[in-house]
Design a protein around this ligand. Structure first.
Ligand code: CA
Length: 227
């Protein structure tokens, strides 16, 4: 698996390269936004680790440009910015996930594995609810035949909700089974809510019936005909 690390801080870049190579990833490091942008356009990577605060062209600008051009490579943002507004901006910009520095290396590895997970040995290759259709093989999702442009993370959440259709899914379940968090982190609840808001907008906007509902104080449910 080829990873691109876009990070200007020498110490962090070096630590990431060493640590990830020990895990048998093929790691390329870009030290400026321009270099990262160039490499992503020139080569194929399975995942990009993107710092937001870069000299010259910032991470967010790079991300937005790449997504506008239709690049689907999963992007994990590494950022010292901890404010909710920055997280939302990153996710809105097309990031699949983010990690706030300083982070624990095992957590980074877990996030990377989640984003890279492909071709799971599922028996079911198609999940459906009303006119919502998810093809697990091609990872295409449609609503009334209209394709939905989901990030890798949004796809995972929707898949989970579809597998639990008609049952309430708590934030705790999403944290454990989608984000693979073993302990409760209240900050993650915000992230989950941000993802759900974006996902709901994509799935239910313009549709005749809503499928994604909030269960107050508990979590969410995917259900036909109301919560
Ligand atoms: Ca930086």
């Amino acid at each position: 698996m080829r990873l691109l690390v876009v990070e200007d801080e020498t110490k962090i870049a070096r630590a990431l390269k060493t640590g990830l190579e020990e895990e048998h990833y093929d790691v390329t490091v870009a030290r400026t936004g321009e270099e990262g942008f160039f490499l992503i356009n020139e080569q194929t990577f399975d995942l990009v680790l993107l710092d937001l605060m870069l000299p010259g062209r910032g991470g967010l600008e790079i991300l937005k440009t790449l997504r506008q051009r239709g690049l689907q490579t999963p992007v994990l943002i590494l950022t010292a910015k901890d404010a909710v507004a920055d997280r939302v901006e990153g996710l809105d910009g097309g990031a699949d996930d983010y990690l706030v520095k300083p982070f624990a290396f095992p957590e980074l590895l877990a996030r990377i594995r989640t984003l890279l997970r492909r071709g799971r040995p599922d028996q079911v290759l198609r999940l459906k609810a009303a006119d919502l259709d998810m093809d697990l093989a091609t990872r295409k999702v449609t609503r009334s035949g209209r394709p939905l442009d989901l990030t890798a993370r949004e796809f995972e959440i929707l898949e989970y909700l579809l597998r639990c259709a008609g049952r309430t899914v708590s934030r705790e379940m999403l944290a454990r089974d989608v984000w693979k968090e073993t302990s409760r982190d209240p900050a993650l609840d915000n992230v989950i809510d941000v993802h759900m808001t974006r996902l709901r907008r994509k799935v239910d906007a313009g549709a005749r019936q809503r499928l994604l509902h909030t269960v107050r104080g508990v979590g969410f449910i995917l259900k036909e005909g109301g919560p």
